[in-house]
Design a protein around this ligand. Structure first.
Ligand code: BDR
Ligand code: CA
Length: 316
């Protein structure tokens, strides 16, 4: 089993990443850090607690992360995020309030502590902005090299972004933070829009969950149907919703789901192409390459495994 920390702006596809991490027997989920983006950082933390309770996982600790980007002092949820994820981040589905609170230790300190404790055995999965990871590296630069792998959802190598033609939402929230992390010695795998937009979940799948007739099956079907409807209404995809965040969890455990390109990368954070994830010409000749950027995905194999894991989990 791999020790895993999820860094989530919970979020509908973040909720699926959480479920996937719990369902996969190869994962030991040691904690969740909350982030901002799809929703406010406090709401993201509370959503994670509620989802854990729904899934009967009341011993996974949830820590509060940074509430805004490294260059601002405030964050407001974008209107488009509310349309895609609902005003509460989880498709307007009202889950009961969890019976426990967020941990008192900060998410940043938890990450630093875990990096020293587990080192190469630790996998970090950021599925929101890089602000928490950047803050942790700023506080203790040694952790960049200690963490076994950072498999994140964000960026776009070969397709336009989803916020501007150049930038993807997670990177756009804090491009400066992402740029510092990209240029750090951290070993990373980028799961960008290039590949996640090719992994589609449809109502055929959510209907299978609803038919399980369990609390978790019904709640996840309702939450994800909101997301599928938003994709349809906003003309993002007429057939289903993209499995952005859970693909990062899947690849962290089974790298063969994707093909990757090894290259050093940076993030533009000034000018018209703000937030663009692109090759770093300054490190063109470096022998050490710290990024594997996904370029292809076996979406059929991934979806089959995703459905097997989540359907079994929701049956319980
Ligand atoms: C990413 O942005 C968020 O809306 C999703 O949860 C995902 O992490 C996709 O660009
Ligand atoms: Ca997310």
């Amino acid at each position: 089993q791999k020790k895993m920390i999820l860094d989530l702006d919970t979020g509908i596809d973040d909720a699926l990443a959480l479920a996937y991490a719990i369902a996969d027997p190869a994962v030991d989920l040691i904690g969740i850090i909350s982030s901002y983006g799809n929703t406010l950082v406090e709401t993201a933390g509370k959503n994670s607690l509620k989802l854990l309770e729904l899934l009967g996982q009341t011993d996974v600790p949830v820590f509060l992360g940074e509430s805004h980007s490294s260059t601002t002092d405030h964050f407001d949820v974008m209107e488009i995020s509310q349309l895609i994820h609902g005003k509460n981040g989880i498709g307007e589905v009202e889950l009961p309030t969890a019976n426990r609170a967020l941990e008192t230790q900060s998410g940043v300190d938890f990450l630093i502590e875990a990096a020293h404790k587990y080192q190469d055995d630790l996998i970090l999965i950021p599925t929101g902005p890089m602000t928490n990871l950047d803050a942790a590296i700023a506080k203790d630069p040694s952790i960049a090299e200690l963490i076994g792998n950072i498999t994140f959802m964000g960026g776009a190598l070969t397709v336009p972004g989803n916020v501007t033609p150049f930038t993807e939402a997670n990177i756009n929230q804090d491009a400066e933070a992402a740029d510092r992390v990209f240029r750090s010695p951290a070993k990373m795998t980028m799961i960008g829009l290039d590949v996640t937009l090719r992994t589609l979940l449809t109502k055929n799948e959510t209907n299978q969950w609803r038919q399980l007739d369990t609390k978790a099956g019904k709640a996840f079907a309702d939450i994800v149907d909101f997301y599928i409807d938003a994709y349809y209404n906003l003309d993002i995809d007429k057939n289903g919703c993209a499995l952005h965040d859970p693909l990062a969890v899947g690849v962290a455990i089974n790298p063969a789901f994707v093909t990757t390109l090894a290259l050093n990368m940076k993030v533009t954070h000034d000018g018209a192409d703000y937030g663009r994830t692109i090759g770093d010409t300054d490190r063109l000749h470096d022998k050490r390459i710290n990024m594997q950027a996904a370029v292809g995905v076996d979406d059929v194999a991934y979806l089959a495994y995703f459905m097997q894991l989540l359907t079994d989990l929701f049956k319980k």
